[in-house]
Design a protein around this ligand. Sequence first.
Ligand code: ZN
Length: 430
Amino acid sequence: MLELSPSDEAPVALGMPAAHETATETASARLSPATLEAMTQWPVYQWTQAEKAAQFNPLVAQLTRWHYQACPAYRQLYDAFVGAPIATASEAEATNAHIATSAAMLDESTHVASTSAASTTTASTSIDSTSSPARFALPVRLFKLHALQSVPDSEVVKTMLSSGTGGAQSRIVLDKTTAALQTKILSRIVTDLIGKDRLPMLVLDCPATVKDRLKFSARTAGVLGFSMYGRQLCYAFHDDMSLNDQAIAEFIERFGQGPVLLFGFTYIVWLHLVLALEQRGQRLALPHGILIHGGGWKKLEHAAVSKDEFKQRLASVTGIRRVHNYYGMVEQTGTIFMECSEGHLHCPVWADIRVRDVLSQQLLSIGETGLLELTSLLPQSYPGHVLLTEDVGRVLGVDDCPCGRHGVYFAVDGRIAHAEVRGCSDSYSR
Ligand SMILES: [Zn+2]
């Protein structure tokens, strides 16, 4: 069980603080529609980490202020663990006029500014290792235990549930603004990879996954979300997850000569496509296929194979050579981390990743393995913009991936529950 991480800078106040005074709050810290619209236009990977920080950090700080103001449970946690309340009203007004200036009052943009003034080389080739209350991280597990929201029920348009491998499911509420942002940003990330033209799409799942809206899961969300980038959708499996040979044959007959998009969850692609084809000694001809897969191995971690083995065996039964894993979580839908041609996961401009020591929760440097802390600018309706995950990984580098993308790139090594076997086995790497 994880514990909340106190700020490295502030003393920890134990026990709950007195009720926060809200009567004098007149201005909302909520990000304005104009700010959000401008944000959706940012280049996906072009900015260096330092260029990005100048835009990104002030908005993180403002989101923290907004959720502090709008979500009483978040406010209680913040006060208890950061050790001091945020002054909201006057800063919020100032922020709307002078975002960068007011945000510097409580976040790392001050550090970034001073660091880059001293040495731009250092700033652009290292990760931000400063702890600040603006990135007060909630353990992702908290969303499985509590309903946390920053908008009234009347503004909730959709509720998302995590896939719930450990029993309890996260419950994430979306308002119109957050739902629209998720769709827009996911689209920017995916079209950056596959282009703007919709490709014929083979969905590596069964029709029942999207038909049963009562069981709206991460799988449903993934299939529905990625289906927007395809046309002439074809489901590769029957509802019992056996291969739909006739549908697949017809799809390949019509579209197999050109580029096609395939999407599925990692363990499903492996189990129901790769292993099923291998067992039957069957091969598909999809030499121009582009596979996007994500979601990890779930309960099948014992059966997981390395990234390279996955790609090699997939290629030998389907001919597919362009394979992109992505990492992301339902609690931060939209800002996914896509794998590049070098096999590295990349932060899009709307998200950031940092690594913390499993025990001390200190921020770690490039190459050091620890818990992944994810920051996303998309969550407006719930305080999930900074989350400490239970996934273990490491930052591989900043601004210098051979693929040409800027920003942080990283690897995910597994889940914390398996951290103890990391030394003797890499068989569950994603
Ligand atoms: Zn790359």
